[in-house]
Design a protein around this ligand. Structure first.
Ligand code: SAM
Length: 390
């Protein structure tokens, strides 16, 4: 297929689609740092800046891909839903889709699964109503990057819509459930958000939690990893890129425009490449949906994790979040770079938040953080004497 990558970010969707043989005709991306990455990785491909001023798509485009902004749909964001200024931009996708005819009417959307719960799934209900009005069939499914051989827990909802083929034959045919590791602290690495600790933790066994484009302290920041030997590190950005299926230093060109730390935000925003590659392969070679998976669709309230519309009826679909079930290597062996020890300040701040929390922590976790603090305090240069003299 020939695609238009709207809200293209650093091109996670497009990389996966390219790996499956599809080709991008046009990007649309407003952020200069993301644009710098796209320009450097796809030299010569046109990049339109603002989707609201994109009047139409080239005649040759037969797939619109759009991981539209999630800030108003995520738990950590404004929760304004589709009335929010940013997530509401999905209506631009529908406007552009209206201009496509016949076999060209195909869409791939991606966003956070919280949109299925927020306000009784209002945002997704509005998306599917708009698609049905445009005579699309659709299917959505929550899929976890972890089951694609990458030690990152990252659930995202993917939606395929088409006026031409049955999207259920793309999204809802493969299932290979993968057991999630449950291990003890001394045996495996564990990821968590050191910026949190009061209301939640993002605790992940033998994996990093979802890489994000922001954190509770307002800026994008890496998660922490407690290694089996007791060290707590912040992983290197190159490993973060690998955790999304990107090549190391994929986002380096962004440093022409922004400071290095912003790359965490770009990587946290991206679609994991192997997930997009699987979708790309299934777009080319469709399977056959088994209608025995159909269940009734809720007319109100929280939405199911997978669903479809066959042109007449909406159905919930009984299917899990692992299409391929590829077990990742252990996180400790996956990480190629030593990372940076979590600093005294960050560790102490995290510990003090956990002391105010009403959370239950994994046995041994808080002790391990305290030990790390002692260790980094021992290593930190001691300026106290100098300060006294001063
Ligand atoms: C969730 S990210 C998409 C990430 C992308 N799928 C990837 O794999 O890297 C949403 C993107 O929409 C872009 N965006 C926001 N408003 C936009 C607008 N008005 N026009 C074009 N792009 C916009 C943001 O800069 C951001 O990069």
């Amino acid at each position: 297929m020939r695609t238009a990558g709207l809200f293209a970010g650093i091109g996670g969707i497009e990389l996966g689609l390219h790996a499956a043989g599809h080709e991008t005709e046009l990007f649309c991306e407003i952020l200069p740092s993301a644009g710098a990455v796209l320009r450097s990785r796809w030299p010569g491909l046109p990049i339109h800046l603002d989707v609201t001023t994109l009047r139409s798509l080239p005649e040759s485009v037969d797939l619109i891909s759009a991981g539209f902004p999630c800030q108003d749909l995520s738990q950590a964001g404004t929760t304004a839903g589709l009335d929010g200024l940013r997530s509401g931009l999905v209506t631009e996708v529908f406007r552009l889709a209206k201009g496509c005819a016949g076999r060209r009417r195909n869409l791939l959307l991606e966003n956070v699964p919280f949109m299925l719960q927020l306000k009784g799934g209002d945002a997704m209900r509005r998306v599917i109503a708009a698609l049905e009005e445009l005579k699309y069939r659709w299917a959505w499914r929550v899929v976890d990057t972890f089951g694609f051989g990458l030690p990152q827990r990252r659930e995202r909802v993917y939606l395929v819509a088409s006026a031409h083929f049955d999207p259920a034959d793309v999204l809802l045919c493969d299932e290979a459930p993968l057991e999630r590791p449950k291990t003890t602290i001394s045996q495996r690495a564990h990821g968590f958000y050191w910026t949190e600790g009061r209301g939640g933790l993002g605790w992940a066994h033998d994996a990093v939690p979802t890489l994000k484009n922001g954190s509770t302290i307002g800026i994008a920041s890496p998660p922490a990893v407690l290694l089996p030997d007791g060290r707590i590190i912040k992983p290197d950005i190159r490993d973060a890129e690998r955790l999304q299926g990107l090549a190391e230093n994929w986002t380096l060109p962004a440093e022409e425009v922004v400071r290095a730390g912003f790359r965490w935000s770009l990587v946290g925003n991206a679609v994991s490449v192997p997930v997009a590659a699987w979708l790309g392969r299934r777009l080319t070679e469709q399977g056959r949906y088994d209608t025995a998976r159909d269940r009734s669709f809720p007319t109100e309230g929280k939405l199911p994790r997978a669903a479809r519309y066959d042109g007449h009826t909406r159905h919930s679909v009984a299917i899990g979040s692992d299409p391929l079930g590829i077990a990742p290597p252990s996180l400790a062996t996956f990480l190629r770079y030593p990372g940076e020890p979590l600093s005294v300040r960050a560790t102490a701040g995290f510990l003090s938040r956990t002391r105010q929390a009403k959370l239950t922590f994994e046995p041994g976790f808080i002790e391990a953080v305290e030990k790390h603090l002692e260790r980094v305090q021992g290593q930190a240069p001691d300026y106290s004497a100098e300060k006294r003299v001063a």
